[in-house]
Write a protein that binds this ligand. Structure first.
Ligand SMILES: *Cc1c(COP(=O)(O)O)cnc(C)c1O
Length: 369
């Protein structure tokens, strides 16, 4: 009897974590990670106190790399790296590794805060042609009316604009190398990843803890710039040493590997995409059908990962905030540049938690509508 009530109590205390990043990870991944911090592989040593060159850790790095290739269905010719410095470091690494030293020129789309930051860094190394921007409407949509010139060193886009809740559902044709910041939607859906020449993603949105950045690069696009690149910022350095040029972020790589294992064992990207679409439909249907709410992003560009929405009557904010907090919902305040709310429903978010949020929205309208 006491045991059951304790269990129920625990269940009642469950927090529904809609945080935009760092964000939710699968429960079983957190449990396995906790065990490995105490005793990794029955070595009676912690994962975070053994050499990164031990055979046990090398096996982790190898499995993580293999899982990326398997999940994204990448053929030969791509290198997979686990680096540090966050996705933000990639803003500069991409430019340094791909922009020609002489008359270098890159094309970018400006679809949000992160894209803007990427553009700023690239401009330090060459000419940047901003092909399209949605800044005119506070980045609430994905521009589509542009084409990628053939004479640029690469084209850079952001697949999911975490802050604004927009996502690219199609990618333009590009004869120049296609580079994509997939920080907040990597592994969320089945698309043809071989269309891309370079993909990067900070781990802490949809893959693992903060501390590592996944980089996937087609080897043949490297080494053509005629530029001297600092050793640590040169992809070739890390490719040659299989992400072990210096000490890799062992914990972040391990937990990312566990998350990919979880994805793989459950059915891979087709499985997660179906789940993600069901979750997104639940929340967007409520936003569209509930008179007290309205979506913040253009409907056709809505993100599967970050659903942004606003109250139609701001004076009801206090009442709504009190209700979701009461329901143990965490992290749905919108980014300060958009306001309102943002429900981040990354891969690990269970549909049950989305149902809790939808129920709160329905109840709110019954009481205050
Ligand atoms: C969070 C985020 C970043 C920045 O990631 P850091 O790892 O903090 O540098 C870049 N791009 C996108 C799309 C993001 O969501």
């Amino acid at each position: 009897m006491r045991f059951t009530s304790k269990l129920n109590q625990l269940k009642d205390m469950k927090v529904h974590n809609f945080s935009a990043g760092p964000s939710i990870l699968p429960n079983e991944v957190l449990q396995q990670a906790s065990r490995a911090v105490e005793n990794f592989d029955d070595l009676n040593l912690s994962l975070i106190e053994i050499s990164h060159r031990s055979k046990n850790f090398i096996a982790v790095m190898d499995e993580a790399t293999a899982l990326v290739k398997k999940l994204l269905k990448l053929p030969e010719g791509y290198s997979v790296l686990f680096l540090q410095g966050g996705a933000s470091m990639q803003f500069t690494m991409v430019a340094q590794n791909l922009l020609k030293a002489q008359n270098g020129k890159a094309a970018y789309t400006e679809t949000g805060t992160w894209a803007t930051k990427a553009i700023k860094e690239a401009k330090l190394f060459g000419e940047v042609d901003v092909l399209a921007s949605s800044k005119d409407k506070n980045f609430s949509y994905i521009p589509k009316d542009y084409s990628v010139p053939a004479d640029v060193d690469y084209f850079h886009c952001t697949s999911n604009n975490t802050i604004f809740g927009t996502q690219m559902h199609a990618f333009p044709e590009s004869s120049a190398p296609l580079v994509c910041d997939m920080s907040s939607d990597i592994f969320c859906r089945e698309i043809d990843y071989t269309k891309f020449d370079l993909i990067y993603a900070g781990a802490q949105k949809n893959m693992g803890p903060a501390g590592t950045t996944l980089v996937i690069v087609k080897d043949e696009i490297l080494g053509n710039t005629g530029r001297t690149i600092p050793t640590m910022l040169d992809y070739s350095t890390h490719i040659k040493k299989e992400s072990m040029f210096n000490t890799p972020p062992v914990f972040a790589v391990y937990v990312s590997m566990l998350t990919m294992r979880w994805l793989d064992q459950n059915g891979g990207l087709s499985w997660i995409e179906e789940r993600n679409r069901a979750k997104a439909k639940l929340i967007y249907d409520e936003i569209d059908n509930n008179p007290l709410f309205k979506g913040a992003a253009a409907i056709e560009d809505r993100s599967l990962m970050n659903a942004t929405f606003l109250l139609s009557d701001e004076s009801k904010k206090e009442a709504f905030d009190a209700m979701w907090k009461e329901a143990n919902i965490n992290g749905i305040n919108g980014h300060r540049s958009v306001g309102g709310y943002r429900a981040s429903i990354y891969n690990a978010m269970p549909i049950e938690s989305v149902n809790v949020l939808v129920d709160v929205m329905k109840t709110f309208t019954q009481k205050h509508g």
